[in-house]
Every structure is written in structure tokens, then in C-alpha cells.
Design a binder for this molecule. Structure first.
Ligand SMILES: [Zn+2]
Length: 638
């Protein structure tokens, strides 16, 4: 895409501004006080932080690079240069760069490929350099990354160490470095890393080799598995390699893995990772909301993967998942003020949390409220680089025109076309595209109609056009001053889970447009928790952008000491208005219990009091209500 600039107001503009005005300074402060920045240029004995802490400096540099490209603010550039110089000072003459290995008193270089994260660290260094090259050009810092990449090609290329890093990341980085430099050695090295993995080449570990996707060749897998962030970065790199080398089989393998993963291993929010012990995908349909790990970084990786698949294939499903993930994980993690973050993004919080102290690092998944910093602090810097580069995901161009994938107030400019998108999405579903400048020849404006937007309408000037979910392609000779209006139906809706997801069977969720809603105890009567909530799905939802009201019930629960028995748990209830708010805002009003999946009102009389029950062969049915077939259709009249 040529140039995309967000408008002054709007859902994403606000978050991008908070990233600029608060998060970047916040991160700088923590990189300082943690000592992780000082590791560059300090003696080995003084090193602080985990083995991968260098990457937080690199992701911060990447965020600054995108931010400077976006704003051309000299202070941002000065900060970039000062940190980049510090990083450069720690590079060895042969290109090696890592503060945790290779010096007297430290483990030797590449002595722990399973857990050492050296190549992973180069990956983030290189991605920061790619951001710099794309926004400024090849400067000294880009040369640092090139020297590191040359070193990697020498040490891990043909005839060198025939292995991979326990944490993928260098794969997409090298492919991107090839794109900005044109040097095919980097692409070939990325291809080698992708093709070696699964040999297997790494040692077995307690989580099994699937943890780092070394259990089978990348192109042989059917589904994503293991550590979720690793799986996303690896497959993002595999798509890059497939596209740049023309490997259709590899691309199809990743598409297949993505389809199966989305069908069986992704939360409603777009979040991934249902296992805490190894931050990993669980088995098919094992998606417990109260054990959702859903690491923020895994969603950053999921957006990176879906974006590459969208560019490679043009399939709308990838843009749909990007939207879901942006609104419901990426927007959920940071606090309003941009100084606290969720590392994990649960869909069900059963206990009231406590606010972590503002000046302490907390263990990664221990906090039930957003925390300022973590001992493993991958997520805040990942968010910062994502917000700084967010406009990249809005639109694309090709020879035929402009494709708008995500909606926000913005101006879009190419050499041929200038468009202004006006909307307060997702508060409303009204999106107006003003044609400001257009060539005198026909071209195609493509708009995404999300999969949930059944019943959307579109008008071009005064002419109506079809707007089925999928791509809406409008080909014509546009003239300056014309408008295209897309109206997406934003009424709140009930969403039911596949019956194989046992953890939420009998529950329903509420969505409005692309936004998942949730119940929080701060909206319930004092002394009650969300675990007492039931929803009556037969009563229509009352809805506004900020809040949806459902008919609910609170069930009285007892603490008898044995949570099993006859069918008597749900019988004492109290009707309540159930207020639901956007999940991305949860926990912004203090400690709260929260749930996305709401149990349906299932109050039933005890067995034996429901009237006559069939005693003939075949399924037993309660004759008091309509007969439902297995798809839930009313078949009592058939
Ligand atoms: Zn993370």
C-alpha cells in the first residue's frame, strides 16, 4: 500500500496515540531499570535478565523505527540512534551479537540451541533493521543486522551447524531481510531453517519436540501444535519462504494447518494457547475459557501469519481472523493508559485479582490484572511494534486497484488514487469511502464484508450494490467526489459453540460486530460473582455500542462441600438485567470477575415430575416442549 494515515479519532487512532505518548516511554523506563539495556556494553558478570532479554531492546527498536517512519519526530529518531549505537558496541568482529553467551564466564556460543534463543534474538534484531531500512534506508544499524545475518549464514549454512533455534523467529526475519536487500543468501538460509526443522534436529525435552515444532517436517504437519508463539513465528516464516521460492506445496501445507487450527484450536477472541504449562496449543476442541492462556504475543504472531496468508492467497478468511484478533486480544492486553498489560488473556476470571505494584516485575502469567512489566516481558514490546505499524494491515494495492481489509478512519494514498475512509467503527457499522482522487480509467475498489456481517448493504453514490460476506469488488471509472457507503449490521448477536468444545457446552457468547462482549462482576449486585450468572437467550438483546443488556438470572449457590449431586443446583434464581461490555475493556474498572461464555438458563424440574415420558424403544424425549432434531430445528410438526 502507498501511504495510510489514521484519522485523529477512532478506536485504533486512540490506541496508536497512547502507544506514542505513553507506552514507548514506559518501555524505555523498564528497559533501563531492569538492566536489560545496560547488558549491551557491560561486562558479562554484570548481565541481568533472562537469556532472551536482548530481544526486548530489539522489539523496542523496531517499534521506534516504525514510529519514526510514521511521525518523522526527531526525538524518536534520536532515541533510536542512541540505543542502536549501544547495541552496535556489543557486536563481535565476526558479527556475533548476544549478551548472554560466548564471553568469559558465560556458556559458549550455540551450546544450547534448545533454550539459548541466540537465533531467535538475531531474528528480532533483523526485524528491527528491516523496519529501519523500510522507513529510513540502510544506516549503521541495518549494517549491524546484515553483519549478524552474514555470520548466521556462515555458521548455520551448508557445511555448518545443521540445526535450528528452539524458538523460531529468524525464519521470517531472514526472508524479510532478503526482501529489503535482495541478497538471496538470506532467503536460502531461511529456507534451510524451515526445511531442517522436524528432522528432528533438536534434543527431546520434557514437553516433547512438538513444543518447538521439531516433531515432524513443517510441510508434513496438519495443524499448529506446541508453544503457540513459536508455532506462529515459524509458520509466518514458512509462508515467506514459500512465496519467495515459489513453493506451492509448502504454502498449501501452512494453509491447511491454519484451517484446521482455526476450526479446532482457536478461542472466540482469536486467542490461541489453552495450556499454561508449556504456553501451548492443546488437543482439538480443548478450549477451556478459565484456563485460556491466549498469550498476547501469540496473537501478534497470529496476525503476522494471517497477514502473510492474506497477501499470498487473497482469501478473505485471513483478514477476518486478523480483525477478530486485533479487536479482542491485541486491544485487550494494554490498559487505557498504555502502561499496564495482560500477558495472558483469559476468557473467564473466577477470582478478584489484585493490582500489581507499579514498580515491580511480575511473573508472566501470575497476574489477574494488567501488570506494568514482567520477568519475561515479551508482550509489551510486541504490542508497541504492532501499534506503531498498525496501518500496514488496513489496505493493500495491486495492479487493479485498492483493497481495504480493516476499517478505521484513515486516508489512503497511492500514486493513482486517494481515498478517505470515514467511520467510527466498531461503535457503528457505517463506513463511508470518499474518492478524493482517481485516474480517469476503470479500477477496482475492494471492501471486506466480514463473515459475521450477514445483511450488509452498500451504495455507490445512490446506486445499491450487493454486499454479501466476502470481498465486495466495485469496478468502475470513479470520479473525485464520489462516495461508497458500506453499512454493516451491528445488532448484538448470540454465538453458540461447536458441541465438541465441552468446556463451553450449554453456554452462549454475545458479539456485536467484530467485538466479543463479557459479563463482569462490577456490573452485578454486590456480593455476587459471574459464576452465578445465567442468560435467557429467548429474550432479545438490547444493545448500544458501549453495552448490551440481556435477560439474566443469578443462581444461588451453596458451599455444601460437595459440588455434585441431583439436579438441584440451579433452582433458586433471581432475575437480573445482565449488562455486557466489550471484552477488550474488561478489568479497566478495578478488580472484577469476568466471563465471556454465559451458561444458558437451564432450570428444569427434577426428573419424574415432567409429565409422561415415552417408554418405547428409541430416544427418550421430554414431551412438554418442542421436539428438536440434532441441528436444533423445531421438528414437532413434522
Ligand atoms: Zn509475550
Amino acid at each position: 500500500m502507498g501511504d495510510v494515515v489514521l484519522g485523529a479519532h477512532g478506536f485504533w487512532a486512540r490506541r496508536q496515540q497512547v502507544n506514542t505518548s505513553a507506552t514507548l516511554d514506559h518501555i524505555a523506563g523498564w528497559l533501563d531499570r531492569s538492566g536489560w539495556l545496560a547488558n549491551f556494553g557491560s561486562p558479562a558478570s554484570a548481565r541481568r535478565g533472562r537469556e532472551f532479554s536482548d530481544t526486548e531492546i530489539y522489539k523496542y527498536l523496531e517499534a521506534l523505527a516504525w514510529e519514526y517512519g510514521r511521525t518523522r519526530e526527531p526525538a524518536i529518531d534520536a532515541r533510536f540512534r542512541s540505543i542502536a549505537a549501544r547495541v552496535a558496541s556489543a557486536q563481535e568482529p565476526d558479527g556475533y551479537l548476544n549478551t548472554n553467551f560466548g564471553r568469559p564466564g558465560q556458556a559458549p556460543r550455540y551450546s544450547d540451541l534448545e533454550w539459548g534463543h541466540e537465533l531467535y534474538s538475531y531474528g528480532h534484531l533483523i526485524q528491527a533493521a528491516v523496519a529501519r531500512a523500510r522507513t529510513v534506508g540502510t544506516d549503521d544499524f541495518v549494517q549491524v543486522a546484515i553483519r549478524a545475518a552474514d555470520h548466521v549464514c556462515k555458521v548455520f549454512g551448508p557445511g555448518g551447524i545443521a540445526s535450528v533455534c528452539g524458538h523460531p523467529e529468524i525464519e521470517p526475519a531472514l526472508a524479510e531481510l532478503y526482501r529489503v536487500t535482495g541478497d538471496t543468501r538470506y532467503l536460502e538460509q531461511a529456507r534451510l531453517f524451515v526445511s531442517r526443522r522436524g528432522g528432528p534436529v533438536l534434543s527431546d525435552i520434557e514437553f516433547g519436540r512438538s513444543y518447538f515444532q521439531d516433531d515432524m517436517p513443517v510441510r508434513a504437519a496438519d495443524i499448529l501444535r506446541g508453544h503457540a508463539v513459536r508455532a506462529m513465528y515459524l509458520t509466518a516464516g514458512a509462508v515467506d519462504v514459500a512465496v519467495e521460492t515459489g513453493d506451492g506445496e509448502l504454502l498449501e501445507a501452512i494453509e491447511r494447518q491454519w484451517r484446521n487450527t482455526v476450526a479446532r484450536r482457536v478461542y472466540l477472541t482469536g486467542g490461541v494457547g489453552a495450556r499454561h504449562q508449556d504456553e501451548a496449543f492443546a488437543d482439538d476442541y480443548v478450549l477451556p475459557p478459565d484456563r485460556a492462556y491466549s498469550e498476547t504475543c501469540a496473537s501478534v504472531g497470529s496476525v503476522m501469519l494471517a497477514w502473510r496468508l492474506l497477501l499470498a492467497t487473497g482469501k478473505v478468511r485471513y483478514a477476518d481472523l486478523i480483525e477478530r484478533t486485533l479487536f479482542n486480544v491485541i486491544a485487550t492486553s494494554p490498559s487505557d493508559d498504555g502502561r499496564r498489560f495482560f500477558y495472558t488473556n483469559t476468557l473467564h476470571q473466577r477470582s478478584l485479582g489484585a493490582q500489581p505494584p507499579p514498580d515491580e516485575m511480575v511473573p508472566r502469567a501470575s497476574s489477574t490484572l494488567r501488570a506494568p512489566w514482567f520477568t519475561v516481558s515479551c508482550c509489551p514490546t510486541n504490542l508497541a511494534r504492532t501499534f506503531a505499524s498498525l496501518t500496514a494491515y488496513l489496505a493493500t494495492t495491486d495492479n487493479d486497484g485498492v483493497q481495504i481489509h480493516q476499517y478505521a478512519s484513515a486516508t489512503l494514498t497511492t500514486s493513482q488514487v486517494s481515498l478517505e475512509v470515514e467511520t467510527d467503527y466498531p461503535a457503528s457499522g457505517e463506513i463511508v469511502v470518499h474518492i478524493r482522487r482517481a485516474p480517469g480509467t476503470p479500477w477496482t475498489l475492494t471492501l471486506r464484508v466480514p463473515a459475521w456481517a450477514v445483511g450488509a448493504t452498500c451504495t455507490i453514490g445512490d446506486e445499491p450494490a450487493d454486499a454479501e460476506p466476502g470481498w465486495l469488488r466495485i469496478r468502475r471509472r470513479f470520479t473525485a467526489g464520489e462516495t461508497v457507503r458500506l453499512s454493516l449490521p451491528m445488532a448484538a448477536r448470540l454465538t453458540y459453540p461447536d458441541p465438541r468444545i465441552d468446556a463451553v457446552r450449554g453456554c452462549v457468547a454475545v458479539e456485536r460486530g467484530p467485538v466479543v462482549y463479557c459479563a463482569e462482576s462490577v456490573d452485578l449486585p454486590p456480593g455476587t460473582t459471574v459464576d452465578q450468572v445465567r442468560i435467557d437467550a429467548s429474550v432479545p438483546l438490547a444493545d448500544s455500542p458501549g453495552e448490551v443488556v440481556a435477560a439474566g438470572q443469578l443462581v444461588r449457590v451453596s458451599e455444601d462441600g460437595w459440588p455434585y449431586g441431583g439436579n438441584a443446583f440451579d433452582r433458586e434464581t433471581e432475575n437480573v438485567e445482565l449488562i455486557l461490555r466489550p471484552y477488550h475493556d474488561w478489568a479497566s474498572r478495578g478488580p472484577s470477575t469476568m466471563r465471556v461464555w454465559l451458561p444458558l438458563d437451564q432450570v428444569r424440574p427434577p426428573l419424574g415430575t415432567a409429565g409422561p415420558v415415552s417408554d418405547t424403544a428409541g430416544p427418550t424425549v421430554d414431551t412438554a416442549g418442542p421436539l428438536l432434531d440434532t441441528a436444533g430445528r423445531d421438528v414437532s410438526g413434522s
